[in-house]
Structures are given as C-alpha cells and as structure tokens.
Design a protein around this ligand. Sequence first.
Ligand code: FAD
Ligand code: NAP
Ligand code: SF4
Length: 674
Amino acid sequence: MPDSPHSAYPHIFEPLDLGFTRLKNRIIMGSMHTGLEEHRNGFERMAAFYAERAQGEVGLIVTGGVAPNRQGWVSPFSIKLTTSSEARKHQLITNAVHQHQGKIVMQILHAGRYGYHPLCVAPSRIKSPISKFTPRKMSQRGIRRTIKHYIRCAALAQEAGYDGVEIMGSEGYLINEFLVPHTNKRSDEWGGSYENRMRFALEIVSGIRQMAGPEFIIVYRLSMLDLVPNGSTWEEVVMLAKEIEKAGANIINTGIGWHEARVPTIATMVPNGGFSWVTARMKKEVSIPLITTNRINSPEQAEELLKSGAADMISMARPFLADAHLVAKAKSGPQHNINTCIGCNQACLDHLFSGKTASCLVNPRACHETLWNVQPSTTPKNVAVVGGGPAGMACASILAERGHQVTLFESAHTLGGQFRMACEIPGKQDFKETIRYFSRRLVESGAQVVTNKRVEATDLTAFDEVVLASGVTPRTPSIPGVDHEKVLSYPDVLLHKKPVGKRVAIIGAGGIGFDVAEFLLQQEHQEIPEFMAEWGVDMEYKNRGGLLDKPNVEAPPREIYLLQRSTGKPGGKLGKTTGWIHRASIRNHGVKTITGVEYLQISDDGIEIRYADKVDLLRVDNIVICAGQTSETSLTKGLKDLNINFHIIGGARLAGELDAKRAISEGMELGARI
Ligand code: FAD
Ligand code: NAP
Ligand code: SF4
C-alpha cells in the first residue's frame, strides 16, 4: 500500500489504475434514477447534480439507467439513448463532470419484463409479480437486434463523452432474465444450458468492447445473489463473472436481489454492509476489480471493507444524495461532518415510485441544485428558534450560516425532538447520525444552542424574528380508564424505558405503532447472520437464488396486538418501498393486527374492544398509546398577546402527515428565506 496523504482512510484514497485510466479513489457513486432524466431542463439539472458530486471528489460516477431502445424503457417515454441528437444532450453532463476532474460512466439498462409499459419484452412470456404488463417473448431476430442496440447505445455514450458504460446485468432486468430458469424457459440457443443463458450477456459485453476499443471503461453489474426462487446457483454466478472478465469488462459491480425479491436489500433495517460477504466470496474467483455495495454509508465502513479485502471499490448511491461532498469530507478523517444517508428511502425511492423527482430527507437540496442556492443574508438579524427537533435544527443551522445571529432553544437536555425516539427503534440506529450532523453544523455555524430551557413568550421579546419549531405532543385518546397505570405513552417506552410486560396492546397502527411493535419484539439491532436467517437468505448459498428453504424467525419475546379504528390495511400509509418490510416483519413475529376497533375501556384486566360486531377483552399487561400527535402551540397565544410576529414550521405548524422529511425541508426553506 503506497503512503497516502489521508492516513485515516488509506485504502479509500489509494487510486485505482485501470491501465489506460486512473480513478482517484475507491469510492464510486452508484447508479440512481432521479426523475430528472425525463424532466424539462432535466439535462441542465442533471449536469449540476453530477458536477457537484464530481467536485466532491468521488472516484467514479454511474448515471441512472438509460435504455438502449424503446422496448427497454423503464416506463413510457423514459430516458433512452438511440440517436446522436440525444447524445448531444448528454454532453452537458459529461462536460460538467469533466470540468471538475471527475469521471462518469453511463448505465445502460434494458428493463425487460420490469418495463412498465405495453412494449416490454423478455426471454419468455412470463409476467413479473410487480408489473401489470405481460412481456412479449423476444424472437431470435429481436434478440440479435437488441444486442446491436446495446452496442449502439454504448457507441453513443462514447460520442457523448462518457468515460465508459455500466451494463446493468442485475436486479431482475432483461440481462438477468436471460440468465435464470425463473424467467428463461427458451429451448433455442438463448435458453436451456447455462452456456446458452449467458450468451446474451456475453455478446453484449464483447460487442461493446470490440466497438469501443480498449480505452473505455466497461463496468458489468452482475447479480451475485438473485434472492428469487429458481435464480442462479453460486457456481453459475462464478462462471458468469469469469466469462464477463474474458469478454472485456474492466470492473464487476455487485447486484443484490431482484426487485421482486421479498428480502430487504437496502432499507434502513439492513445491517450496514450486510451483503458484502457475497462480493468477498467472489474476490478469489476473478482478477479484475470488484465493487461491493448495499447499505454502506460511511467512510469508516468503506475503509474497513477495503482493508478486509472484501472488494476493490465501494459503491454508495443514496449517500451521495445525502451529501455530495462525502469523499472530500472524508479526507479530514473521523472528524468529518458527513450528512449520513439513513436508509429511509422516504425522499429518494418513495418519491420516484410516486412519480416525483428524487431528493433526500436529510438534504432536500439533492436533485434541486439549480433551484436552491442559499445566499448570505444582506440584513443580518437576531433570530430565536424555539425547538431543537429536525425542523428547528435545520432552520437554525442555515440561518446562522447565512450570517444571522441565532439562538436555538430546546426544552429537553439534548437536541433531536421526536427523532430521538426514532433512533431507539431496531434498525433505525443510523437516525442518530442526522442529529449528530445538524448538532455539529449548528456549532460550526456559530448558532447559540440553549438546552434545558423551555421558553415562554416573554423570553422572546428582544429578538428581531422568532421561529416556532416546537413540534408535536403525543395524543392521549379519551378512552375510559386511559389514566390506568397499565397505560404507557410511546415516549414512556422508547425514551423513559419504562418496563413493559409480556402481553401488550398497541393503540394506533401508524408508523410509530409499527415501530413500537418492532422495538418490543426485538430491542436490539440485528447482526448480519441473524438478519439473513430471519429473511431467508442462505449465507452458504446452497440453493438457487441464495434462499433458505424456510426463514428462521426467532420466537417473539412478547405477544402483541396492534389495533386501529379504521378498517384499511394496517401500515397502509407506510413508505411505498419500505411498508411491505414492516408489515412482513410484524406478521413473521406473530403480531395480531385488529382493524375496525372501538376502544371500550381499560381496566385491571386489560383493554376491552369491540370489532366485527363482538366485544373482546384483550388480557394484556400494558397498553401503549401510539395514537398520533397534536401540534405543540402553547406559545402562540403569549406571542400574539405580546404582539411578537413569528414564523411557524414543522409539527408546530401542522401535526397531520408530519414526518422528518417535511420538518427538515420546511426548516431549510424558511432558513434560506429570512
Ligand atoms: P419535534 O421533533 O417534535 O421537535 C420539537 C422540539 O421542540 C422538541 O425537542 C421539544 O422539546 C421542543 N420544544 C417544544 N416546545 C418548546 C419550548 N417552549 N421551548 C423549548 N423547546 C421546545 N419521521 C420520519 O420521517 N421517518 C421515520 O422513520 C420516523 N420514525 C419515527 C419513529 C418514532 C418512534 C417517532 C417518535 C417519530 C418518528 N418520525 C419519523 C417522526 C419525526 O421524528 C417527526 O416528524 C419530527 O421529529 C418532527 O419534527 P419537528 O421539529 O417538527 O418536531
Ligand atoms: P400516524 O401514522 O398518523 O398514525 C396514528 C395512528 O393513531 C393511526 O393508526 C390512527 O389510526 C390512530 N389514531 C389517531 N387518532 C386516534 C384517536 N383519537 N384514538 C385512537 N387512535 C387514534 O402517526 P404516528 O404513527 O404517530 O406517526 C407520526 C408520523 O411519524 C407519521 O406521519 C409518520 O410519517 C412518521 N413516521 C414514519 C415512519 C416511517 O417508517 N416512515 C415511522 C414512524 C413514524 P385510526 O384512526 O384508524 O385508529
Ligand atoms: Fe438516504 Fe433517506 Fe436521503 Fe434516501 S431520503 S438518500 S434513504 S437519507
């Protein structure tokens, strides 16, 4: 290992020499569709987005997936690259990245049967469980034509100035569909034996190498663990990797899990670096560099994985939404103040799945770089921010950075507000990072933070501006017996750690009800082997797809009832891309959900409820109330009486539909405006 000027992370900052080109460090920004691809002015916005990450010194950027033809669209009219005029638009991106000495490869993605449109095609006519469109079976001529389209797409990427391409061969998209008997039932030269099933992938890679010459980066994203029944065996995965190397790829990236897999692969409850064991297993099989990926979100983990020899490069995708300057900041060693991706999916993937532009809960500026440029204040003021939850922390830090004199008051002994309780939930331990990040930003910006101070309106008379970010208070529903000693609030359980019995009823099946159920079931964050066993992943890789015959779920420590008054699906409003995981988790642990409940009374015996036209007594030791919140606005009357104007943000403004995403973005927007 050569001496590195960045001794805290010497492996990260060791350049990677590919012979014809050199990557300046071992961190790659993984491919992410942002929604800008199809946006008006999308190329200008993507150019600014990628340029900022290049300026942040990432070693290599991979763009979001670009289709090689219309059949390969992810959705109707999504981005494709089939003509020189389209290639010219991409030059905005490549020029912007190269101006900052960055390197960028374009991902070629043919969605196959995941294409959400009627033109979608696949090796066989088998519908995916996550799409309503049945694909058309590709003819032999169609297959040959599609290979040519991949090569044409790579040629146009080269014309557009990209340093190379990444060929998307994983996550269950077209190339992956050819590889496995799950989706390939063909009996011609493209199906049957593994040699035949591999042919499509290999002809694409060798065709692109032949067309592009030796000085063009080819990354192949290889599905190392399909996590679907009838997926690849480990032996097949290894054979493919060796053949891909021979076909001319420079780097192999790790793909984990098809989109239809029922195993969480990137959500917050996946242990950090939880799937790197798969890449490590491949290390001894090929000689070209390997990239490992999935839930790696800090330089510490990246360094550790590189040092252990698990991989040659680390891919992080969402962490670059959270912080464009992750790599540059890592140069300052463990004292860095990186804004850590907390794996929530709330503003990135959940946005995309609801047709919105991606962004980031902890960094709402992500993908909005051209629209959101914060300027120093021309008239610095003396500003009080009341409340140190996500809204208040975000607002106060940006105000202070703009030159205002800011005092942030928090009644608790520490910052974080309701988010402090989120950190207690197993699998949400990374949420602490957000509090750490904003706390440090407050110090660095010169804001004065006053904790243990519950302010009154009279404390605020001397300020030029007042921001009320006093958040929310848990709701106590009016049920007879609600003041019984059996009854606990969620802060009693999560913050004050009051003892909870073996049989529990939770009132309210929203986000917090689900989180409290997980807390009562688990209490500790899982290590990698327990997580894999619980979700049915076979770390010995004996079966096709890397799945166990049966998940190994430990017996739950408690019997839990999760109750709600409405009749809809419990947890129906949880995140689009994570709700299914929470619902599966509590189901696997035997939590009984009851809907359409009327709460009759709480007594020494438990809680009496009516549902489905019957009255039932749930004999429980405790009842935990997770029945939403109301805005904490007790200051407003005093402020009005004293004629003090104030701004109001986050939960204090509106408790309904509140989450940290809204709280932080309202805080930032106001902070940028005053
Ligand atoms: P709060 O967080 O309520 O902060 C308000 C702060 O103001 C508090 O610290 C309070 O002490 C202080 N304060 C109030 N009055 C005064 C006063 N007079 N003087 C001084 N200080 C005062 N959100 C998500 O987006 N994703 C999640 O996964 C998620 N999980 C959660 C899990 C749990 C268990 C909980 C409890 C919440 C979770 N949330 C989650 C919700 C998220 O924490 C809240 O939406 C967010 O904290 C609201 O931010 P806020 O700043 O508006 O209010
Ligand atoms: P919530 O999601 O709105 O759920 C509140 C629950 O309380 C519902 O089940 C509601 O259902 C019930 N309820 C409401 N009023 C009641 C009353 N008077 N009596 C009895 N039950 C009542 O709110 P939350 O769970 O408190 O979460 C707060 C916010 O934090 C949410 O908006 C959420 O976005 C965020 N959060 C997100 C996550 C995540 O994983 N993304 C996790 C935790 C929290 P019924 O009316 O049907 O009974
Ligand atoms: Fe990470 Fe959440 Fe931001 Fe997505 S929204 S990038 S998961 S912190």
